[in-house]
Design a protein around this ligand. Sequence first.
Ligand SMILES: *Cc1c(COP(=O)(O)O)cnc(C)c1O
Length: 375
Amino acid sequence: MQSFHPEKRLLMGPGPSDVHQRILDAMARPTLGHLDPDFQGLMEEIKTGLKDLFQTENSLTYPVSAPGSAGMETCFVNLVEEGDKVVVVKNGVFGERMRQNVLRSGGDPVMVEFDWGTAPDISAVEDVLKQNPDAKILAFVHAETSTGVCADAEALCALAQKYGCLSIVDAVTSLGGIPVRVDEWGVDAIYSGSQKCLSCTPGLSPVSFSEAALEKIRNRTSMVRSWFLDLSLVMDYWEGDGGRSYHHTAPVNALYGLHESLVMLFEEGLEATWERHRVSHDMLVSGLADMGLSMFVDEAVRLPQLNAVTIPDGVDEAAVRGRMLNDHGIEIGAGLGPLAGKIWRIGLMGNSARPESVDRCLSALEASMAAGHNS
Ligand SMILES: *Cc1c(COP(=O)(O)O)cnc(C)c1O
């Protein structure tokens, strides 16, 4: 075997996004023991930074030591008990994963489905909540990465409260790219990922739980069906004042990376970060229009950080993506499920959301499409 030296790519797909050199440098610093007082100081700073990022006072706010899917599972296995009815909004890949999580947690999912590429209709969700007065939880995806659609998270959380449900929100792709206001919206459980708009390496999932969510967890009558993700056990590791007890070995260097990404985010400012995503998105959309390409999602519900581009008829979409990667070193994403072959997904997440990246991507796309016409 030999050491691995990957080519430098520009990551403009659905994640991971481009990781800034400062974050990679931070991750190369000396590994500390995970119960070392200096490391515990870092854990405290990460918790504080994540609270500011989620805009919450929730004391249980920390990064799960595993990717976004584990954050998702943490929310479901802890909040769903045997027989609990959970209304799940689905308008893409990740709503279906929520359904799978409800089933595996012993719950009873009630689906509200919308066409891929459209946003959840609030009154249709309300109808289902009305028809299911015994529902305990409303779960939905804020930023659907498979389509580039933004859900009205504020309105959906308000519905959950109106109908006596807790809310579970997937903010994997939204956090850091667009506003996420946990306390103002009344979110009860939320999870995100390190590798999308936070531009960190993959493998960590920031989560946050409200007091109402903790109350439901404390009143459980059955054991959480996962040992690793059981919050009552993890809490002593991330919360335990002074007497932190061993639960698992934290991914120490990965947490240096997340810490640095939070440092960079607050240096720039949250509002400025959102604005940079929006400006990059506007640049991309107008550049695509100049090339005769159009967006798949209605302007009103488009995410700036995940751009679904309609593939024109007669274009070999996989060949174009192949040329983007091999000739230009740029990764963009393919469509999933019913959108396979119909859209490209161009990510403008975190460090990838920069005018120079948009320019590179547009000229590479133009050249890659033209190369197809010539051959
Ligand atoms: C990427 C993503 C996930 C899963 O995150 P992983 O880190 O890949 O496990 C979940 N939900 C959404 C909306 C995502 O975009």
